[in-house]
Design a protein around this ligand. Structure first.
Ligand SMILES: Cc1cc2nc3c(=O)[nH]c(=O)nc-3n(C[C@H](O)[C@H](O)[C@H](O)COP(=O)(O)OP(=O)(O)OC[C@H]3O[C@@H](n4cnc5c(N)ncnc54)[C@H](O)[C@@H]3O)c2cc1C
Length: 380
């Protein structure tokens, strides 16, 4: 335990949930430390994210100076048929940002000494009012609150809810990012400034512009983000998730890990099924990546002084465009509740119970919505 009089939270997981929680809790007067399994930065992992109000609210609460432009705006939503014909168009303005931009901005807002990379959480014990968290390095950390922000395969959840695990929804998201100027002009002219969809029987594609890798939103420096949902049996998925080095992965392959044969098969399938604009996106992507769509929900988020949030608690399917917003909402609600709460046992317990009531509703609502949208879209 530090000698500080402030209450202290140990956060397991240094991805978006962990960083939303750390930045907002600090503002609520807590000492925070974030322990992340990965020894290096995570910023190559994500693609585009629809910027939702909850994300902006968490940034404001945490007093994080926002970059002048957090994303790229799109105006119309358009739907293409298999031949690039426009079959539907309506005005639905929104802003698309990138996973990297949110991650980097929050990381820079935290003191470097509160971020601990290469630390794998292994378990915890309760000692009176304190939680004693253990890490594979032998490190032991004491805190008033242990926060599992460690994603869909959460180790914290495995201790408190060993029976809950994610399940495969029956389809995958193929994804890619393309430098703005690398896309042939014909395709770029169709897609630019729009949120574009192609919906067909059992598969569905979408694309929009996001900031460049360095966060730039200047024309020519942005990136095209595309997603193609396709059904895939569990057996096919297991094969697909063997990476190019022969390692069996669990739910996703990052850029650079797909086998050449699978990239070739993806390109061939895009030629058969996708509109030419989407075919160009797939063909222009040097390192496509893939994520299995999974479902996860917990019956409970608070276990004494241990809590679960973000993807460790609920994984809504991506059609809700809300996982990142939910992570922000979980963190912001927690920090808001704890701002006005003394951290002794009874007060903290009551505050956490209030937080859980609302966050469980949010998680269940978004998860139900994602399942309904996804199953309809994929004819499941
Ligand atoms: C590969 C990938 C790509 C994604 N891309 C997008 C995207 O483009 N757009 C979008 O909206 N959403 C994306 N998401 C989802 C989005 O990132 C999450 O919904 C959001 O970040 C909240 O997730 P999280 O932080 O709760 O969990 P995660 O992002 O899964 O992070 C959990 C973190 O916990 C760490 N961890 C796990 N176990 C331990 C342990 N035992 N000890 C210490 N640390 C541990 C992991 O290394 C990881 O960094 C992506 C998620 C993943 C996994």
């Amino acid at each position: 335990m530090t000698t500080s009089v402030k209450p202290r939270a140990v956060i397991v997981g240094g991805s978006l949930s962990g960083l939303f929680t750390a930045t907002t809790l600090r503002q609520a007067g807590w000492d925070v430390d974030v322990f992340e399994l990965s020894p290096s930065d995570l910023d190559s992992r994500g693609g585009g994210i629809v910027l939702q109000p909850d994300v902006l609210a968490a940034f404001r609460f945490a007093r994080i100076g926002l970059p002048e432009r957090l994303g790229v705006d799109s105006g119309d939503r358009i739907y293409l048929d298999r031949d690039d014909n426009l079959i539907e168009q309506f005005y639905m303005p929104q802003t698309q940002t990138s996973w990297n931009l949110l991650y980097t901005t929050m990381k820079q807002a935290l003191p470097a000494e509160s971020l601990h990379a290469g630390e794998m959480f292994t378990g915890f014990e309760v000692e009176g009012e304190q939680i004693v968290a253990r890490f594979s390095s032998g490190r032991v950390e004491r805190a008033h609150l242990l926060i599992g922000a460690d994603g869909a395969r959460s180790s914290v959840r495995r201790v408190v809810l060993p029976e809950v695990a994610p399940s495969y929804a029956g389809y995958v998201a193929w994804r890619g990012l393309v430098p703005e100027n690398a896309l042939p002009p014909g395709a770029a002219d169709i897609l630019r400034d729009r949120f574009t969809f192609q919906q067909d029987s059992g598969h569905s594609a979408l694309a929009y512009l996001v900031p460049g890798e360095d966060g730039s939103t200047a024309v020519g420096e942005r990136r095209w983000n595309w997603v193609w949902y396709r059904r895939q049996s569990a057996d096919e998925l297991a094969q697909l998730l063997v990476d190019r080095d022969g390692t069996q992965r669990t739910f996703s392959l990052p850029p650079g890990a797909l086998k050449d044969a699978d990239i070739a098969a993806l390109r061939a399938a895009s030629g058969e099924l996708l509109a030419p604009a989407f075919q160009s996106l797939v063909a222009s992507t040097q390192e496509p990546f893939v994520q299995a769509i999974q479902d996860l929900r917990v019956p409970q988020m608070v276990f004494g002084k241990v809590i679960l949030l973000g993807d460790a608690a609920f994984v809504p399917r991506p059609h809700t465009a809300g996982s990142t917003a939910k992570a922000a909402a979980n963190a912001l609600a927690l920090a808001s509740t704890l701002t006005s709460t003394q951290h002794d046992g009874a007060h903290l317990d009551a505050a956490l119970a209030r937080w859980q009531r609302v966050q469980l509703q949010l998680g269940n609502r978004m998860t139900d919505l994602g399942v309904a949208l996804g199953d309809r879209l994929m004819n499941l």
